[in-house]
Design a binder for this molecule. Structure first.
Ligand SMILES: Nc1ncnc2c1ncn2[C@@H]1O[C@H](COP(=O)(O)OP(=O)(O)OP(=O)(O)O)[C@@H](O)[C@H]1O
Length: 424
């Protein structure tokens, strides 16, 4: 360990905007940190050596920053923002996603475990080499640029603050490594800390900071290098529920003020909906849907997204107001469509009966069986199998009155007006 508080020069394997000092970087104290604040050695992630570098040109040793062969006639008005086609091949996994964003946009990459979100983020940072594709930021090709030379700032889930540096010196580190004098870098850092409401903590070492404060120092450190692309990897995941609420609101404000492109990876649909202008849903290494949070919530196109936004989702063939499901019965809808469609409705739209409701129209009435019950906020969510597998929400009182238990037979109905059909 060294007591050297003077930031050192960029390390060749450091992530963008976060050159490694002589000592290893580590997370701020969190639930997993030992009581004495001692940390296992854990440097910032180094570029993967899992596949060749060289990008689309296939050149294994490209000159840093050299534009690919296809860019021999540069556009006099290069587009601003991010244009990326990221292809990463691994045994048993291929990432192939296209991401575009204008300056000021906040994109959220959302998807199940193993979908490729982190791989995409690391590819943008230059920590995972592209097998193919391209990456342009404000018109400049970056796929052959070393991570630390990219105008990219990264905020990792566990902050990766330098433990032996104060909050101020952690933030000053980036500008210092980019050529600012010590005084300039410290002045810039002080301004960023003030903007983040952290001036009283400027002298504190990371282990004296709360999770929320450490997260803001990490954000200040990333922003202090004035990146053209800000990457956030599960930025709120290490925080407890209350801190998360507060930090989410602050992060939203900072991202709204940030003039360049931000890309964040999250598992949490709420983080994505609150923080991002546009969601990009990745499954099995591919973009399966993208759009505004409202679009995606209203028109989910995969089971994963439907579950995420809490809707029952089916696919079928529409003929007028009837949709014959690919697997299952027909659903009556208010929309009049034809051809392949999705039909969605929320679990709260489902009404359950133990006996077949007399006088009820036969439309949208299905015989089901309770497969499972779980508490969902102040409601009970019933998972039903049978003619139509679906989720239904009901009050605890209603669940008790219906004597619901796994295996109980039930009738489920949904009004056509509560369903929503849209072309597949
Ligand atoms: N360094 C690596 N070497 C080899 N395979 C990897 C490596 N990192 C991830 N993978 C694999 O690549 C695929 C994509 O993983 P990735 O971590 O990008 O997904 P993710 O969407 O971020 O998942 P999670 O939400 O669980 O973090 C998975 O099959 C994963 O097992």
């Amino acid at each position: 360990m060294t007591n050297n508080s003077e930031p050192t020069r960029p390390h060749p394997t450091s992530p963008p905007g976060q050159p490694a000092p002589a000592e290893t970087a580590t997370r701020a104290p969190g639930p997993a940190a030992p009581a004495d604040g001692a940390q296992p050695p854990q440097g910032p992630p180094a570029p993967d050596d899992e596949s060749r570098t060289g990008g689309a040109s296939g050149n294994p040793n490209p000159a840093e920053g050299r534009p690919p062969a296809t860019d021999t006639h540069p556009n006099p008005h290069p587009p601003t923002g991010l244009q990326a086609h990221l292809v990463v091949d691994r045994p048993g996994f291929r990432l192939d996603v296209t991401l575009t964003a204008a300056p000021g946009d906040v994109l959220a990459l959302l998807g199940p475990n193993g979908a490729g979100k982190t791989t995409a983020l690391r590819a943008l940072a230059g920590l995972t080499p592209l097998t193919d594709g391209h990456l342009r930021l404000d018109g400049t090709a970056l796929e052959h640029t070393a991570p630390e030379a990219r105008p990219v700032g990264v905020v990792f889930q566990d902050y990766l603050l330098f433990p032996h540096l104060s909050a101020l010196d952690n933030v000053a580190f980036g500008p210092r490594c980019r050529g600012a004098s010590k005084a300039e870098a410290r002045a810039a850092a002080a301004a960023w800390l003030e903007r983040m409401g952290l001036t009283p903590h400027a002298a504190a070492k990371p282990r004296r900071l709360s999770g929320g404060q450490a997260q803001r120092v990490a954000l200040a450190r990333a922003l202090a290098t004035r990146p053209r692309l800000l990457l956030l990897d599960e930025p709120l995941a290490a925080l407890d529920a209350r801190t998360r609420l507060e930090v989410r609101a602050q992060l939203r404000r900072h991202l709204a003020e940030f003039e360049a492109v931000s890309v964040l990876v999250t598992h949490d649909p709420l983080d994505a909906m609150v923080l991002a202008d546009r969601l990009v849903v990745v499954e099995h290494g591919r973009v399966v849907q993208e759009g505004t949070p409202a679009d995606i919530a209203r028109h989910p196109r995969t089971d994963y997204i439907a579950q995420l936004v809490g809707l029952n989702l089916y696919r079928g063939q529409a003929a007028g107001h009837t949709v014959r499901l690919d697997a299952g019965p027909a659903i009556t809808t208010t929309e009049k469509l034809s051809g392949p469609v999705f039909v969605a409705f929320p679990p709260s739209a489902v009404t359950l009966f133990r006996d077949r409701p007399s006088g009820a129209s036969a439309r949208n009435l299905w015989r089901c069986e309770v497969a499972g019950l779980e508490t969902h906020g102040d409601q009970i969510r019933a998972d039903l199998t049978g003619e139509l597998p679906l989720a239904a929400d009901l009050t605890t009182v209603a669940a008790a009155e219906l004597d619901l238990h796994p295996g109980a037979p039930v009738w489920a109905t949904v009004k056509a007006t509560q369903t929503h059909a849209y072309p597949a």
